[in-house]
Ligand binder design. Structure first.
Ligand code: BGC
Length: 767
């Protein structure tokens, strides 16, 4: 299939380009809301505001600061503390609030909370400015009790179906607005480069293009009817920037990101999201090259607000003023940290516990340490978002009007997303699907837990409280029992997350079973509690599989995890591997339906699954990175490739053709390929297009994803799939850290994962 076109080496030319707009998903930019009338209203308000009122608009306080009792102890109802409430809402007129009342409020309880706040802000304060409420409704409206809890972002990425990402955004927005929650601290546009990172589950994975497509689709779903619509929420993309590349993989660890990598990989998802209407950006708590992002003026003011033209609100992450002092050691006290971060370009400070920031801002301005122009810029942005969201006219919405909340159609969309995410990684001798009704032993940490399916951010921060689980949702065990009949299923826990519970009992029961289904997993966690020191799946869980394999019974391994935990020792011992990620409330059903063939799996990996924890790389890397001890270039050791995933049917690729074998930088390229379902059941295939620049001044990447398409094929059906590329797809960051396009040969690679690809060659010349 490979056809090499003879080429002559031509002088290398470079063209400067200002941006890298490659996204297919187009949404309605918020600039359509940017009217002279709104800007005039902002100006008029600003002109009336005292310095203290301006500073108040720059504070995002935690809801618990308004409530009685202490932070961790609320359970049944949110009770406002009269004095605290008056001080913060009326005296300080805080601009914004985040967080929950420490129990998962229903939409009716949220309505009461937000109505109480807004009614006071809009009647008892001098300027009657509504409050902007932000929340982490990151896999569905997870902080609204009774809402649909979707799979986490990594699973949505694994569907490679941007329509599903859009749907998730739409339903999450609707169910958030049912609770009067208007601003969502989501989606996460981080590029997850370090597999140890505990928040991979919350990201769209390692590839900037896939991340951009999914982020944009989610934004489109969230904001599609316009921010003024009562079913929309404004997104707040996060975390700007480099959170997913911490050097040691720990939460908020320093990342080393040279300027060219920053521009090549980390900025494009943010830039695309902003052009597609994102009006909030949360700054990352980590440092990049030792400089905390929160005080990096170059990143916030020059790049984000300058180059990218971001007009929305830049918010800090949780308690980051304190973090600058206590963790980064970049500021000697809170006052200095406040000064540094606001001068760097921050607009809204998430200071969960008190309003001291307001007084600090006033003092800093009065002493000439922060220019008032900076404060006016910040406050204008906060007000702009409030106007765009129509909060001055509609500060809250009645939950009774949201009759589709948790409706069957929302549940169906959840189930569809979970089922399209599940990724079949191994299927020796086509052991799956399990067609007959044999006796099955189910064992393992994640087999009978809703909390592990849902992960963190599920009704509570860590998602570990079982009392909030919906009793109607099924764990993997319950779903399999329903499918097979309880009499055919034996269950033994086997292990918990880290320790053996009764693996010997599991082995004894396994001897009487026809199949063993072992469900392993990660403990629900995010941020600090998600830190790990080694990527290997915990030893006790691996040992269970090793012991079970002695029974010689066929083993199906189900993995419920965000990160790609190392499984090199147990992979050869099992017959099938199903990766469920964190599939949410419908995950148990979806896993069972994949195992029994009611669903033909169609997910593909949104990250490289490493084989060794000491040798991990993204699928895009430099040739020198994979030079091995034998001096060859085969040192890219993966357990499974980026983009990999099996189906119960087979797909054959043929007839790759390009509309031209030479192309000028002003022309488009059409790529076509035939894909045939050569198996005997209907299936979905994700057709992936990669480009490999053969020679570039800055050492070129092994390849980069530039397009993908998820298609449906009936048995025997053949479809021709077309893609259009333009010269922007051929750009990379050059020596001077600008997007450039260099003359020379490119390889166009098309196939079903990042390794098994059909290839054609293209020569690009500069006109
Ligand atoms: C997290 C953010 C989150 C914020 C507000 C932080 O600790 O890093 O992702 O949006 O808290 O809850």
């Amino acid at each position: 299939m490979t056809k090499i076109i003879q080429l002559f080496v031509v002088a290398l030319l470079a063209l400067g380009c200002s941006s890298n707009q490659q996204s297919k998903v187009q949404t309605t930019p918020c600039s359509s809301l940017e009217t002279p009338e709104t800007e005039a209203k902002i100006e008029a308000l600003l002109a009336q505001m005292t310095l203290k009122e301006k500073a108040g608009q720059m504070l995002n306080i935690g809801l618990p600061a308004l409530l009685t009792g202490n932070y961790w102890t609320y359970r049944d109802s949110a009770v406002f503390d009269t004095a605290r409430f008056h001080k913060l809402i009326v005296d300080f007129a805080v601009g914004s609030i985040h967080n929950t009342p420490s129990f998962p409020a229903t939409k009716e309880e949220w309505y009461r909370i937000i109505k109480t706040i807004q009614d006071s802000a809009m009647t008892k304060t001098r300027l009657k400015i509504p409050v902007l409420y932000g929340i982490d409704n990151i896999h569905g409206a997870n902080y609204v009790n009774g809402s649909v809890m979707f799979p986490h972002q990594i699973a949505i990425a694994a569907t490679w179906n941007s329509q599903l990402a859009e749907k998730v955004g739409e339903i999450t927005s609707y169910e958030s607005r049912a609770a009067s929650l208007v601003w969502n601290f989501n989606p996460n546009a981080d590029v997850a480069m370090n597999p140890l990172w505990g928040r991979i589950a919350e990201s769209f994975g390692e590839d900037p293009y896939l991340i951009s497509e999914m982020t944009n689709a989610y934004i489109k779903g969230s904001q599609q009817k316009g921010l003024q619509d009562a079913a929309s929420t404004a997104v707040c993309i996060k975390h700007f920037v480099g959170y997913g590349a911490g050097r040691n993989g720990k939460d908020r660890a320093n990342a080393l990101i040279p300027e060219n990598s920053l521009r090549q990989y980390f900025l494009p998802p943010f830039e695309n999201a902003i052009q597609n209407g994102a009006m909030g950006v949360m700054i990352s708590s980590n440092a990049v090259n030792g400089i905390p992002c929160h005080i990096n003026k170059y990143y916030i003011t020059d790049i984000l607000k300058g180059e990218m033209g971001f007009k929305g609100v830049v918010i800090s992450d949780f308690s980051d003023i304190d973090f600058l002092v206590g963790a980064h050691l970049s500021a000697k006290d809170k006052r200095e940290a406040t000064k540094m971060t606001i001068n760097a370009g921050l607009d809204l400070i998430m200071n969960p516990f008190d309003a001291d920031i307001v007084e600090l801002i006033v003092d800093l301005v009065e002493n000439g340490e922060i220019p008032i122009s900076r404060i006016d810029d910040a406050v204008s942005r906060v007000l702009r978002l409030k106007f765009y969201l129509n909060l001055f006219k509609v500060p809250y919405t009645d939950p009774k009007n949201y009759t589709e909340f948790a409706s069957q159609s929302h549940v169906d969309a959840n189930y569809k997303t979970a089922s399209e995410a599940i990724t079949l990684l191994k299927n020796k001798n086509n052991i799956l699907p399990l067609s007959s009704a044999p006796k099955v032993l189910i064992t393992g940490y994640s087999a009978n837990s809703m909390n592990i399916l849902n992960g963190a951010w599920s009704r509570s921060f860590l998602g570990r409280d079982t009392i909030y689980n919906d009793p109607n949702k099924l764990t993997i065990l319950e779903a399999i029992k329903k499918q097979m009949g309880a009499n055919n299923v034996e269950f033994v826990e086997g292990t918990n997350y880290l320790e053996d519970i009764n693996t010997d009992k599991a082995v004894a029961k396994a001897k009487k079973a026809d199949y063993i289904i072992v469900c392993v997993g990660e403990i629900p966690a995010t941020e600090k509690p998600s830190d790990i020191n080694e990527l290997e799946l915990p030893k006790a869980q691996q040992d269970l599989i090793k012991k079970l394999s002695n029974t010689k019974k066929p083993i199906v391994l189900v993995m419920v995890q965000g990160r790609p935990r190392i499984i090199k020792e147990i992979e050869p011992l099992v017959d099938a591997i199903v990766l469920a990620y964190l599939p949410g409330d419908e995950g148990g059903r979806a896993v069972s339906d994949v195992l029994f063939g009611n669903i033909n799996p169609s997910g593909k990996l949104p990250y490289t699954y490493p084989k060794y924890s000491g040798n991990y790389l993204t699928y895009y890397h430099k040739k020198a990175d994979i030079r091995d001890a034998n001096w060859g270039y085969d040192g890219f050791y993966t357990q499974f490739e980026f983009g990999f995933g099996l189906s119960y049917t087979n797909f054959e690729y043929s007839n790759l053709r390009l509309s031209a074998d030479t192309l000028s930088n002003s022309e488009e390229l059409k790529i076509s390929i035939d894909v045939k379902n050569s198996g005997d059941r209907e299936g979905k295939e994700i057709v992936q297009v990669y480009l490999k620049d053969k020679v570039a001044t800055v050492s070129p990447d092994s390849k980069k994803l530039v397009r993908f398409s998820k298609i449906d094929l009936l048995p025997g059906e053949l479809k021709t799939v077309d893609f259009i590329l333009n010269s922007k797809d051929l750009q990379s960051i050059g020596m001077d850290n600008q997007w450039i396009i260099e003359e020379g040969e490119f390889e166009v690679q098309v196939g079903g994962n990042s390794e098994e690809l059909k290839k054609e060659f293209l020569y690009l010349f500069i006109k």
